[in-house]
Design a protein around this ligand. Sequence first.
Ligand code: WT7
Length: 630
Amino acid sequence: MIRIKNQSDFDNYTKLAKENPEAFWKEATKEFVWKKPWSKLQSGDFNDLDIKWFEDAELNITENCLDRHLKNNANKTAIIYEPNNPHEDPQQITYKQLHENVCKTANMFKDLGIKKGDVICFYMGMVPELLYGVLASARMGAIHSVVFGGFSSKALAERINDCQAKLLVTNDGSNRGNKTIALKQVANDALENTTCVKHLLVHKRTNEEFDKHELDQDWDKLFSKASSDFPAVTMKAEDPLFILYTSGSTGKPKGLMHTTAGYMTYAQYSFDNVFQMQDDSDVFWCTADIGWITGHTYFSYGPLLSGVTQVMFEGVPTWPDGGRFWEVVDKHKVSHFYTAPTAIRALEALDIELVNKHNLSSLKVLGSVGEPINEEAWQWYNKNIGKNNCPIVDTWWQTETGGIMISPLAHITEMKPCYAINPLPGIEPALVDTEGKILEANDVEGNLIIKKPWPGMARTVYGDPERYKSTYFSTYPGFYFTGDGAKRDEKGNYRIIGRVDDVINVSGHRIGTAEVENAINEHESVVESAVVGFPHEIKGQGIYAYVICTSEIKDKDKFKKQITDLVSDEIGRFAKPEKIQIVSGLPKTRSGKIMRRILRKVAEKQTDQLGDTSTLLNPEVVEEIIQGAQ
Ligand code: WT7
């Protein structure tokens, strides 16, 4: 395995990865358990898009996450489960127990008729059974598609149909602070609009009553009968491991497909080197839900591949009070803590006593992910949580990249507030101008691209290779386009600025403007709408919707509620627009394209930077929009 220990290692590995990628990835993969080792490193490029890594290898990722640790670390704690309710006892799950539970779950899925290559959809809260399910899917060669529990039944159905999932696994409900979310009801509703699902497997967590469905199966009943012997199925390196949906600039969510050996390699390599867990007693805690890529790579796979102990948390940062994260850090002696800027900003706004009453001396490394971290939040995190003594790794990556691409390495590379600093060895980013010309100099700003394939990259958009090509590889032919803008300072350090496409990042969740617009346009009084992001103190960005209506709306509050309800119904509560402005027209070019730049500037309250509006088809509408802005 590659373990970068200091700056000179870093420089040497960067050089090796560039000059002799075979040798570099050989070292990164040498401790894995292979059923058949690889002999061919990589084929395909950003033109043919037939990208393969370690193609002739055979393996099962769960043998690397579980079985290989049993020899020496069977009784080491893999998971410390911290329930939502602080009065409920935490659970310690050893590697041996995790292995057993995963095998039982795989047998249960098998008994329900699931075979290699079938898709299993998970719509669950953060309970250990979700982790068992994901790993069981990998163990039997099925493909998992985890849908975050905040999505609506329509969004869930759309995702189930797109990948033709055969099995849907859910909880009766999910505990979120002082509320429960009735997941089973949403799953029942989703099944109204799907025909591919054969069973709805329900794991009871809240024990609240729920409506039965004819496809219902009971997790506890089947699990208790299942055998704990399940030999890992042999997978080819490029067999699909999972599909994870994310929003893009157009309406339909994209199912990014990740494959087995490359994803595994990149998950462990990036986890080890970015976080630098050194002591056996170190405890990792990634606060992300498994429904997002962070919860895949740095909860379900990376830490288990490395055989460390980690926390799984069911609840929310603000319940029973805003000190919950710090209480859990103290209670479980967390050493490596990885969260999102939106959580930091929300907690920063609260009484500092909520931090100070807990002992945070176990902390060694802090991480940030999901959106640009603003300087104030970075400083607060550094001073109050890290006590000026813990490096902060600001990790830039995406659902598509599979793992961290640009980040400081804890204790090794220098830190600079708000900077993701440098690419990991093996990753070659660049900045380009709008024509696609690479900006070679430092102290520049441009669009962020990646020049060469890397093992963790998504291989396609499930069922839609054309979309994969047009989204990522057509803007700058021959390069992977990230959709982000970035700066490089005079020393070559990267700072990620944010999306340059029609994607809004709300609390670290990607929301496509087109998806929200489609939902709003379902309203019978809406003719057209345009959605942009605006700066939001806690969420990073909020959603601002401009709406044209068929006739005058008398009860504006009622109308706005109907619009937010529609978005909750079509996508989920987290995508609700915060501001809705009714307008008589939208600024358009002569060819009829909405000038979002103008709408963005109005939403950002930067109306002095509108630029030239005289070439618009309808320049007069701009003044009206400015007057009515919220
Ligand atoms: C988008 C990817 C990566 C896992 C969670 C989000 C933004 C991500 C950072 C960072 C600035 C960041 C980018 C990226 N982003 N990390 N450290 N600094 N921006 O995954 O939902 O696929 O979103 O999140 O805009 O493109 P995702």
